[in-house]
Design a protein around this ligand. Structure first.
Ligand code: HEM
Length: 485
C-alpha cells in the first residue's frame, strides 16, 4: 500500500534524546547496558522515539502491536538489521539467523524440522547423560568448596546439548578441562554486538587486540566445525541410507545440499552449524543462570520448587524421563517469571524493506527499528504489579488474578515467522537443569558484596554470578541465613 506521505510525520518530528553533531547520542550510550538505556529513554520519550549512533538514525518502539506487526511481516516487508548481517557475514557465521528471503525459507525448514519437539523424546536419554556429567561437575565443586562460574558451566552444558542433538556428536565439554569450543564461542557474540553498534567499521582498517583475539577464536572454531562436518560426511558415506533418512540437522543439511533443487553451499552448512552453536549456547545458559540467581534471592520459592521436584523424582537425582520433566508447574511458572523480568533477549530489531508507517510516522526503508521486548512484559497494563518477581502469577486462575496477565505481551522467544525454532529444546534444558539443581544443591553467592548485574553482550547475561554450592542437607531445607538478605 502506497504511503500517504502528507498525513504522516517524519523522523525529524519524532521525539528523542537530543544529540550532538557527528556523534549523535553515542556519548550517552553505555553499550554494556544498552538495553537499559533504551528502556529508560522510552520512559521519557514514549512508545516510539528516535536516536542516533554517529550518522545512523534509529527508531525504538515499545508498542506491543507494532512489534508483533513488524515481526509478523518478516521476511517480506521487514528484515533483520543489515549491519548485523554484514558483521556476521564477515565472521563467516551467517546462517538462519541472518538469512533473508528465499535463502531464509530454505534454511528455516531444515532447522525447524531438526529441532522439532518430536525429536526430544528419543533424545532424552542422551540429554540425561550430559546432565549427569554436569551434576558430577557440580558435586566435585561442592565437595571442594570452590566457587562456580554458573554461566560458564552452563554454556558447556548447552553447547554439548546442541552438538549432540543437532550434529549427533558427543562434544563432552562438561568433562573437559583443556581448550574447548565454548571458550572460543564466548568471544563471538559480544564482538558481534560491539561491531554492530560501532559508528564506523574500524576493524576493516585496523585490528585492535580484541579483534585479533576474535580472529584466533574464529579460526579455531572453523577447524572444529569443519572437523564435525567431515566426521558426519564420512559417516554418511559409510551408510548411504542417512541421505534418505537423516538422523540430525547436520546430516539433513548435507543431504539437502546433495539433493537436486536445493541451492545450499558448503558455506551455508558451515554457517548454520556455527549459528546453531551460537544461538543455543548463551541464550539457554544465561536463562538458567538468571533463574538460579532468583533461587538465591527468593529462598521460599526455591524450597517450593524443590518440594515439587522431590514429589516427582522419588529417589532419583535427575529427571529419569521426559514426562517427569513435563510435570513441574511451579518450575515452569518460575522460569516464565524469570524470562519476563530477565529475558536474555530484551531487545530485538528489524528494518523495513520499503518506506513504511509506524504509529503515525513515516519510517524510511532501511531504518533500524529496535523492539523493547522486555518493556512490554514490564508494563502494569499487561502484567499486574509488573516489577514484582511473582511466579505464582502464572498459576492463578483468571478469576483469582484480579489484575492483567496478557501472555501475548510475553515474547522471550520473539514473534511471527522468525520465532525461535529452538524454544522446545531450550525449555526442556531449562526445566531439567533447574529440577536437578534444586534437588541436589544449596547455593549462595560466592561474594554477596558484589551485586549481580545485567550485562548486554548480544544476549543479556548476569555479571558477577559466582556461586558456592553445597550438597543438599538431609531433609533439604535451606536456611534463610544461607541466602543474601
Ligand atoms: C532460552 C533460550 C532461548 C531464547 C530466550 C531464545 C530467543 C530467541 C529470540 C528472541 C530469537 C529471535 C526471534 C525473532 O526474531 O522473532 C531467536 C531466534 C533463533 N533462535 Fe533462539 N532462543 C533460545 C534458544 C535457542 C536454541 C536452544 C536454539 C537452537 C539450538 C536457538 C536457535 C535460534 C535460531 C536458529 C534463531 C533464528 C530464527 C530465524 O531467524 O528464523 N535458540 N531465539
Amino acid at each position: 500500500m502506497a504511503l500517504e506521505r502528507t498525513k504522516l510525520m517524519t523522523l525529524v518530528e519524532m521525539p528523542g534524546p537530543p544529540g550532538l553533531p557527528l556523534v549523535g547520542n553515542l556519548h550517552q550510550l553505555d553499550f554494556d547496558s544498552f538495553h537499559r538505556c533504551l528502556e529508560s529513554w522510552s520512559d521519557q520519550y514514549g512508545s516510539i522515539y528516535r536516536f542516533k549512533v554517529g550518522p545512523r538514525e534509529m527508531v525504538v518502539t515499545s508498542d506491543a502491536e507494532t512489534i508483533k506487526r513488524c515481526c509478523r511481516e518478516r521476511p517480506d516487508l521487514f528484515r533483520r538489521s543489515q549491519v548485523l548481517a554484514n558483521v556476521v557475514a564477515e565472521m563467516r557465521s551467517d546462517g538462519l539467523f541472518t538469512a533473508e528471503g528465499d535463502d531464509w525459507r530454505r534454511q528455516r525448514k531444515l532447522v525447524v524440522t531438526a529441532l522439532n519437539a518430536s525429536h526430544l523424546k528419543p533424545f532424552f536419554p542422551k540429554l540425561k547423560i550430559i546432565m549427569a556429567r554436569l551434576l558430577a561437575r557440580w558435586d566435585r565443586a561442592a565437595a571442594a568448596g570452590t566457587p562456580v562460574d554458573l554461566c560458564r558451566d552452563l554454556m558447556r552444558f548447552t553447547v554439548d546439548v546442541t552438538t549432540q542433538l543437532a550434529f549427533g556428536i558427543d562434544g563432552n565439554t562438561v568433562e573437559t578441562d583443556g581448550a574447548i569450543i565454548q571458550q572460543q564461542l564466548d568471544k563471538v557474540l559480544p564482538m558481534v554486538f560491539s561491531r554492530m553498534n560501532a559508528p564506523f567499521p574500524y576493524w576493516r582498517y585496523l585490528r585492535l587486540s580484541k579483534d585479533r583475539v576474535l580472529d584466533r577464536a574464529l579460526a579455531d572454531i572453523k577447524i572444529k566445525v569443519d572437523a564435525m562436518i567431515a566426521e558426519t560426511r564420512q559417516r554418511m558415506q559409510a551408510d548411504a541410507s542417512l541421505y534418505q533418512n537423516p538422523t540430525n540437522f547436520l546430516e539433513a543439511i548435507i543431504a539437502a545440499k546433495e539433493s537436486e533443487g536445493l541451492e545450499l553451499s558448503d558455506a551455508d552448512i558451515f554457517g548454520n552449524v556455527f549459528t546453531l552453536l551460537l544461538a543455543g549456547e548463551d541464550t539457554t545458559a544465561n536463562t538458567i543462570a538468571w533463574a538460579i540467581n532468583y533461587f538465591i534471592e527468593y529462598p521460599a520459592h526455591f524450597l517450593r520448587a524443590r518440594a515439587e521436584v522431590d514429589s516427582i523424582l522419588g529417589d532419583a537425582r535427575l529427571p529419569e524421563e521426559l514426562e517427569q520433566a513435563a510435570k513441574m508447574p511451579f518450575i515452569e511458572a518460575f522460569y516464565n517469571e524469570t524470562m519476563r523480568l530477565k529475558p536474555v533477549a530484551p531487545l530485538n530489531g528489524a528494518e523495513p524493506l520499503e518506506d513504511t508507517e509506524i504509529l503515525g510516522y513515516q519510517i524510511p526503508k532501511g531504518t533500524l527499528v529496535w523492539f523493547l521486548a522486555r518493556k512490554i512484559g514490564m508494563d502494569d497494563a499487561n502484567f499486574g504489579q509488573s516489577a514484582r518477581f511473582d511466579p505464582e502469577r502464572w498459576l492463578r486462575t483468571e478469576a483469582a488474578r484480579g489484575c492483567p496477565h496478557d501472555v501475548t505481551a510475553f515474547m522471550p522467544f520473539g514473534s511471527g515467522p522468525r520465532f525461535c525454532p529452538g524454544r522446545n529444546l531450550a525449555l526442556l534444558e531449562i526445566r531439567t537443569v533447574l529440577a536437578m539443581f534444586c534437588r541436589n544443591f544449596e547455593v549462595t553467592l560466592a561474594d554477596p558484596q558484589r551485586p549481580v548485574e545485567e550485562l548486554m553482550a548480544f544476549t543479556m547475561m548476569p555479571k558477577n554470578l559466582l556461586v558456592r554450592l553445597r550438597k543438599r542437607q538431609a531433609g533439604g531445607g535451606l536456611t534463610e541465613a544461607a541466602h543474601r538478605p
